[in-house]
Design a protein around this ligand. Sequence first.
Ligand code: C2E
Ligand code: MG
Ligand code: MG
Ligand code: MG
Length: 282
Amino acid sequence: HNAKDQGVEIRRYIPAMQMKAKERLKLENDLRRALERGEFYLVYQPQVLLETEEIVGMEALLRWNHPKRGLVSPVDFIPIAEESGLIVPIGEWVLKTACMQNKMWQDAGYHPICVSINLSMRQFLQPNLAGKIDAILKDIGLDPCYVDLEITESMTLDKETAFDQLNRLKRLGVCISIDDFGTGYSSLHYLKNMPIDRLKIDRSFVSDVMEDSNNAAIVSTITSMAHHLKLKVTAEGVENKDQLHFLRQQHCHEAQGYLFSKPVKAAEFEQSFLRPLLEMPS
Ligand code: C2E
Ligand code: MG
Ligand code: MG
Ligand code: MG
């Protein structure tokens, strides 16, 4: 490449970047109004206890039905929501909606399950987060033991802040999971000391666990470490029976993935996955 070629590349790149910035700004503006316009909804993906195949939990996943673009992936809009700070009110809506749904199902007489909710960095950094969650749970009347908060390793980098926040959250009685585990920078020291309950093995290790012996080693190591540290362990992104068999061999506690179900809307989740607490005599 000579300088002239590079110049051409640069000139071609700038408009693309501006487009992207414009596009982002547009999405951010749309995102600003999405809550009040009721464009968000939650889908739920079952979490399966491997020993019994029971559905013991569900992960709430946010969906944005954009009036013009249609469904926008959280992978595309969560980072914008995060950078703009919009994730704070949106995240609160997720917390309320998911907890309310879980409580409604308990009141309807279904076998209680746990709801996992993803927290963003901004949410996690709010000093009054535990207070907010406490108020939400009390208002709804949901027992905190049916709530699991998913954080990522990157949120524990500021060790003291994370430690204090996690302790405040744990005192409420909720569970804490580390999402996408293995892709971040947690040291074993953090793992030993942080008040957490569960590791969720990242999908990237599980997805080709049968083809890639390094991934098999990683999954097996994380599972065994979780057992030794008395943490629960959940595999994400389980798509086939071979993976499931491997996870069972490793005594992985729970699994989540397309093999069981994609994330589905509340009505479908209720129909397909919830069991009545007591069988009604017919
Ligand atoms: P995540 O928390 O790791 O959620 C798991 C993602 O993997 C979901 O993507 C789910 O649909 C997908 N998935 C589950 N099983 C399989 C499988 O077997 N194969 C494949 N290929 N994918 C599977 P989704 O719903 O697009 O969400 C992407 C990410 O967006 C989430 O990753 C999470 O980090 C973020 N996110 C979603 N909802 C929320 C939310 O309410 N708040 C925040 N802060 N982040 C959220
Ligand atoms: Mg998650
Ligand atoms: Mg996540
Ligand atoms: Mg994940």
